[in-house]
Design a protein. Structure first.
Length: 704
């Protein structure tokens, strides 16, 4: 395509962004404003008109699905195959660099990548080892991830005093976690970014090599970058300054993952002379939907003001239903879905139900099942998290890296080969004492005959198996899997579904080297799931980011849910909750239905609910407002039914994860707190006793 042809079909602002090719450019792209179109046309212009080879354009986004869509659209524009291009996620691009350069940091290039479940498995092992409550593993993993996103090493955290929310036990776990990763020659997702930044900082020659290689940098979803990712692109663009960042500060919703909305707000300071272009024409939603979502987000301070408009017309008014209980809400949603479907304009796949937290899906699922309406929960257990799939991938990892302790722990007795927990504990002790991997510890135990002959015989059989699998290193991944299944007899006794999953795994690996296949599956996330078949999509508001549907229902528009009760004490978190609601609103193309209920079961108890504070910002003129339950009047704001009372804050005396002492059962960890007033209850996990649900006023708990 020529320069003139690439401009066809673009609006004036999109054309302006396309033609700006020298120096930094920030495009503030409102929801549904065609940002992917601008990025792909920009890429085509750079390669065809500017004659910049694909290998010299670094293009980063946040999901493999988005990267693949970009490649397809660029290929359609340029008729090129993009063989040597650098289009992918931040993690895949950093992995590609580290495979070539990581030896400078003391790692071996054949490192393995631990996904979320692998990381959780290792952290749980460390918590057990340090005698810290294992139930805390998710919170610990989240804290470590946030530290890495902020470029804080274990040593820096340990010496920070009260900085970075210092916690002595967390520091010990973080240090052990990184030591264990290094011993296994493994990286987690956050390491891929953090180590690449460290590589560039400590080795200016390597930075120069890549900053000169990449003549242009394109960054998609810039508002979702964390400190490490922002530092990465700043370093690479430090020489030429040719960086094209596209994002929307109104859609920054991943603060809990370390994303910093200030990156997009500070871009103009960090790149002097930057040109800023706003894309405000929306191609997705009707004007009523845009007016409602715009009214909500406009109340957030410190944002780049945008007013989205469309030439699609006003469309249907936004529906709001306030119902007595959550079961009535579910019935209304399902009845409306059925009515819309029977009109023949939309299929089930065109409709989605969004909610703030996963537990809200239960009552919706039950109502859909009663009516026989097909649905799928998006963001549940992904294909690559299934046990049989993880097991076979663990064998392949050991094929290329014997020192991968997480994979060895996973399969040492899978399928059953008589190596129990006592033997594994002995191996762990030998590994820790000698500072060697579990595999090396097994070899040493067998060599020194430092266990019973029965145990040594079993371990020698296992060593022979792993050494045999190592011979498959140069075999295509699918063939290696077949050999592993034969050598281990793993598939014996599996049901039909698990057999089919393994067959699908082998099919997905056809023609790929093992190392390439392992990288690909390790870098897959839940955000890469595709929505197939004619069924209703159920998902959280976070999962819905980047998707769009003709018909959208957002349920539970209530205080404590939207905004979520944990955000009540933080202005920044409340602003993010408003952005999250805005993201949900702007997923709708034609029909948007909002619902809430006066009573809902939360924390195992049915509670009185109040309408969300965000609803009072919605102009009534754009809505069909129906109240099937009593709501309070709001004096002076023009919107009947929205209470101007103080927000409901679920303030509980014990936070999840804190330790308490019971006079009978000893020390335990709080798992949940629910109820209110004299009916407050607490759920505590007591080691050796189990989970106990206690009435707080009778429990006599002592905080530790």
């Amino acid at each position: 395509m020529s320069k003139e042809e690439l401009q066809n079909g673009l609006n004036p602002q999109q054309r302006e962004a396309l033609l700006h090719t020298e120096g930094p450019l920030l495009v503030l792209a409102g929801a549904g404003s065609g940002k992917t179109r601008v990025i792909t046309h920009k890429y085509a212009l750079l390669t065809k008109e500017k004659k910049i080879p694909p290998s010299s354009i670094l293009t980063v986004t946040f999901t493999n699905k988005a990267a693949n869509e970009m490649k397809e659209r660029i290929c359609a524009l340029t008729s090129d195959e993009l063989r040597d291009c650098w289009i992918g996620t931040f993690h895949s691009q950093c992995n590609r660099i580290l495979r070539r350069e990581i030896s400078a940091l003391g790692y071996r290039p054949e490192f393995v990548i631990y996904d979320e479940s692998d990381r959780h498995s290792l952290i749980r092992h460390i918590l057990r080892e340090l005698k810290i409550y294992e139930a805390l593993y998710k919170g610990v993993a989240s804290r470590i991830s946030a530290l890495k996103a902020s470029m804080v090493t274990p040593e820096e955290f340990l010496s920070s005093g009260d900085g970075f929310g210092f916690d002595e036990k967390l520091a010990k776990v973080y240090i052990r976690f990184q030591d264990e990763l290094r011993r296994c020659n493994a990286l987690d997702f956050d390491d891929l970014i953090m180590l690449t930044v460290r590589l560039f900082r400590e080795h200016p020659d390597v930075l120069r090599k890549y900053s000169e290689k990449f003549a242009y940098i394109l960054v998609d979803e810039f508002q979702d970058t964390n400190r490490a990712q922002y530092e990465l692109v700043k370093l690479l663009a430090s020489g030429h300054g040719n960086i094209f960042a596209v994002g929307d500060d109104d859609q920054s919703i991943y603060r809990f993952r370390g994303a910093e909305v200030r990156n997009i707000l500070n871009f103009e300071k960090d790149f002097p002379g930057v040109k800023v272009i706003k894309l405000e024409q929306n191609y997705r939603s009707t004007q009523n939907i845009l007016d409602v979502s715009g009214a909500v987000i406009s109340k957030n301070p410190e944002r780049k003001a945008k007013r989205l408009w469309t030439d699609r017309g006003r469309g249907e008014k936004v529906f709001f239903y306030w119902l007595p209980v959550e079961e009535d809400e579910a019935k209304y949603v399902v009845r409306t879905i059925k009515d819309i479907y029977l009109k023949g304009v939309y299929n089930y796949r065109d409709m989605a139900v969004l909610y703030r937290i996963n537990l809200q899906s239960r009552v919706i699922e039950e109502a859909l099942r009663r009516e026989g309406i097909p649905y799928r929960v998006v963001g549940g257990i992904s294909f690559y998290e299934r046990k049989e799939v993880k097991d076979i991938i663990a064998y392949l990892r050991l094929c290329v890296n014997h020192h991968d302790n997480v994979s060895l722990r996973r399969i040492i007795n899978t399928p059953h080969r008589g190596i129990g927990s006592a033997t594994l504990n002995k191996i762990e002790q030998e590994s820790k004492k000698r500072g060697i991997s579990l595999f090396e510890a097994i070899k040493r135990i067998c060599k020194t005959r430092s266990s019973s002959q029965t145990v040594i015989d079993k371990l020698e059989v296992f060593l022979k198996l792993i050494n045999g699998i190592s011979g498959l290193r140069d075999t295509p991944a699918s063939e290696a899997m077949k050999s592993v299944l034969e050598m281990t007899s793993y598939a014996e006794g599996l049901d039909e579904e698990r057999h089919q999953n393994l067959a699908e795994l082998m099919f997905s690996a056809e023609g790929m080297p093992i190392s390439e296949f392992l990288d690909r599956v390790s870098l897959v996330t839940k955000l890469d799931e595709s929505i197939e078949g004619d069924s209703i999509s159920l998902m959280t508001l976070h999962t819905a980011k980047g998707l769009e549907f003709p018909v959208v229902f957002i349920v539970g528009i209530e205080e404590g849910l939207i905004p979520y009760f944990k955000s009540a004490d933080s202005e920044e978190e409340l602003h993010e909750e408003r952005r999250l609601f805005y993201v949900g609103l702007t997923r709708a193309k034609d029909i948007l239905c909002l619902t809430g209920a006066s009573k809902r079961r939360i924390f195992s108890k049915r509670q009185e609910q109040e309408p969300s504070r965000f609803l009072k910002d919605i102009p009534r003129d754009y809505c069909h407002w129906v109240e099937k339950a009593k709501c309070k009047e709001v004096p002076g704001n023009g919107v009947k039914g929205i209470a101007k009372s103080k927000p409901v804050v679920y303030a509980f005396p014990y936070k999840t994860g804190c330790r308490v002492r019971h006079p009978k059962w000893g020390i335990g960890v709080v798992r949940d707190c629910y109820g209110k007033g004299d009916d407050l209850k607490v759920c505590v996990n007591f080691p050796g006793v189990g989970i106990k649900r206690l009435a707080l006023k009778f429990a006599h708990l002592e905080r530790i």
